[in-house]
Design a protein around this ligand. Structure first.
Ligand code: GCU
Length: 382
């Protein structure tokens, strides 16, 4: 009975700020050989690649970008969607490797009033597919396409299940069929990596679509999708900016705070999200060679917007803010000044200014119109 009790207690989540252990974050600006990083050059040539490798090896897995060929077909094209204010395209991207293929269905609305290529929000959708209904019969504030179009931006989405079903028994039935060696490696790609890989394939497509300004693609994700949006922006520097909404543990929140969800818990409930090596850090946050502020730093100097919700302590709002704050030193190297104050803002007081945006919305774990309204302000500043 004692053993059972300790096992459960070991996994209990802490919601009490006074019980957050003291911790020392790995120094983002010191190489593993102990050299202080003082220039963009040393950052880009030495420290950044080293950190990226550490995230690949210990958390998200490798990101194989090579494939044999791709076939893109526009399955629907409608010039006057949304009562005329948008153009709709549905695109199927089929990627081939080793005689296997994976298909990604993309829905894309662009404003008809646009006179040239426009910036686009790309959602990695982890919620039901009808949240991004191309017919607009169902409208959802998770993907408020009309509001985004009214602001002059394009909006697109694809579903995570096209890349890797979100299930521990079937996640390998997607991108991982193309890269079977990944399944055997302890630092191999898993579901979150596969979702991020999908965002990059949509990016390849955007580079070919004349309606889209491919230099202004903002990758967006909520929660598990927000972990993937960060990873996509870290791995693929073509993304201009990243929105990570309520992404919490193994997303934007610092692991070492051990507040809310912990690594042991995420690896137990979702063993298919991160690589095998990550399991070594169950209940050993302090042994990780990285923490999540370094994931934000990998995206620098490109802007990142992180959000939380007041009733979503599971995702550690304060730990998310501290991640952003601890990434500021890398933006400083680029002489890009963060506008974030020392302490987190009050609930419903958004700070949408690039390069680092943050807000905590009143309410539940979700992505809402409130959040999107601020993403639009942020995007206008990019
Ligand atoms: C669970 C999980 C989180 C994740 C969330 C979501 O709560 O523990 O890590 O972010 O699901 O995707 O909604």
């Amino acid at each position: 009975i004692f053993l059972i009790f300790t096992a459960v207690a070991g996994h209990a989540q802490n919601y009490d700020e006074s019980k957050v252990p003291s911790y020392i974050l790995p120094d983002v600006l010191k190489t593993s050989s102990g050299k202080k990083v003082k220039s963009v050059k040393t950052w880009e040539k030495e420290r950044r690649p080293e950190i990226l490798k550490m995230f690949e090896n210990n958390i998200y897995g490798q990101m194989p970008m090579a494939y044999d060929s791709v076939r893109r077909s526009i399955t629907t094209e409608e010039g006057a969607a949304m009562g005329g204010k948008a153009k709709l395209k549905q695109v199927t991207i089929e990627v081939f490797k080793n005689r296997k293929s994976v298909k990604i269905d993309v829905v894309l609305f662009t404003p008809t009033k646009a006179t040239g290529p426009v910036p686009v929000f790309l959602l990695i959708n982890n919620r039901p597919n009808d949240n991004t209904d191309p017919t607009r019969q169902k409208k959802s504030e998770f993907w408020p396409a009309e509001m985004v179009i009214d602001s002059g931006f394009a909006i697109a989405a694809f579903h995570v299940n096209d890349l890797a079903p979100d299930n521990k028994d079937t996640y390998m039935n997607g991108v991982l069929q193309l890269y079977p060696e990944q399944l055997k490696a302890d630092n191999g790609m898993k579901a979150i990596g596969a979702w991020a890989w999908g965002a990059s394939r949509v990016m390849d497509y955007f580079e070919k679509d004349a309606d889209i300004d491919a230099k202004k693609v903002i990758v967006v994700g909520h929660s598990r999708g927000g972990k993937a949006s960060l990873w996509a922006a870290a791995e693929d520097q073509r993304f201009a900016a990243c929105v990570t909404n309520c992404s919490g543990n193994s997303g934007a929140a610092l692991a070492r705070r051990q507040f809310g969800e912990r690594i042991s818990r995420i690896n137990t409930t979702f063993p298919h999200w991160f690589n095998n090596n990550y399991k070594k850090f169950n209940d050993k946050e302090n042994s990780l060679p990285v923490d999540q502020h370094m994931l934000i730093a990998l995206i620098a100097p490109r802007p990142v917007y992180a959000t939380n919700a007041s009733k979503d302590l599971w995702a550690d709002p304060k730990g998310t803010y501290l991640s952003l704050k601890n990434a500021e030193s890398v933006y400083n190297l680029y002489k890009i000044k963060s506008q974030l104050p020392a302490t987190p803002p009050a609930i419903n007081v958004p700070l949408p200014n690039p390069p680092l945006g943050y807000h905590i919305r009143e309410g539940e774990h979700n992505m809402t119109e409130f959040d999107w309204r601020e993403f639009l302000v942020f995007a206008k500043g990019i």
